[in-house]
Design a protein around this ligand. Structure first.
Ligand code: MG
Length: 209
């Protein structure tokens, strides 16, 4: 029997929109670094590749990684300022989405398992007014990054969990490996796979769980 529903955050609960590059731009402007638009776009693109080389997010390591890969000289405060600036990146949830979260919270324990910094993710959920639905928010500065199976150690009984995420590699496949159920949430057209179910939006969970 399912007792816990684990959500990924980015592209699952909230999409990754242009405001993220605005967040980087704002921080770079505040630091008076004078980088070009192209350089800022490069930093934004390279940021996610950190996860291919490291198993946990650390300010210093991320800063050094960006400096090396983008050939820049970001000061260590950059990461700290960025994770604060990004707390402004959230969206409003519709009434039906809130109803769905209410419904799920009454039946299950809800958890967020994200790879990005816990501070940012918690604040974004709080600003969107939905933090109260989750008993725990775990970020990739606190534990190993998905797809490491160790990331999923935030829950005890894996067989009683269902993982909801947009990434087959990071969310779905490790969850299945651990004996969890998995639901892929994506607006893209993905080929059917019998190992997991698929939904397009949060509200679809009400019929499934
Ligand atoms: Mg995601």
């Amino acid at each position: 029997m399912i007792k816990t529903v684990i959500f990924d955050l980015d592209f699952t609960l909230m999409d990754w929109e242009d405001e993220y590059i605005f967040a980087i731009t704002n921080v770079i402007n505040r630091l008076n670094l004078g980088y070009s638009k192209e350089k800022i776009k490069e930093i934004d693109d390279v940021l996610v590749n950190y996860e291919n080389e490291f198993t946990i997010y650390e300010n210093k390591k991320l800063c050094e990684f960006l400096n090396k890969k983008c050939n820049v000289n970001l000061p260590i405060e950059f990461v700290d300022m960025l994770i604060k600036e990004q707390t402004k990146c959230y969206r409003e949830f519709t009434e039906t989405e809130i109803e769905t979260l209410e419904y799920l919270k009454n039946k299950y324990e809800l958890i967020v398992l994200s790879n990005w910094f816990t501070y940012t993710q918690k604040k974004r959920l709080e600003n969107a007014g939905i933090l109260k639905y989750f008993s725990k928010v775990s970020g990739g500065d606190e534990r190993e990054l998905k797809p490491s199976l160790k990331a999923f150690d935030i829950v005890d009984n894996k067989k009683e969990c269902v993982m909801i995420g947009d990434s087959i590699n990071n969310d779905i496949l490790p969850a299945i490996k651990l004996g969890m159920q998995a639901i892929l949430m994506t607006k893209k057209n993905v080929k059917k796979d019998l190992r997991y179910r698929q939904i397009r939006k949060l509200e679809d969970l009400k019929e499934m769980l």
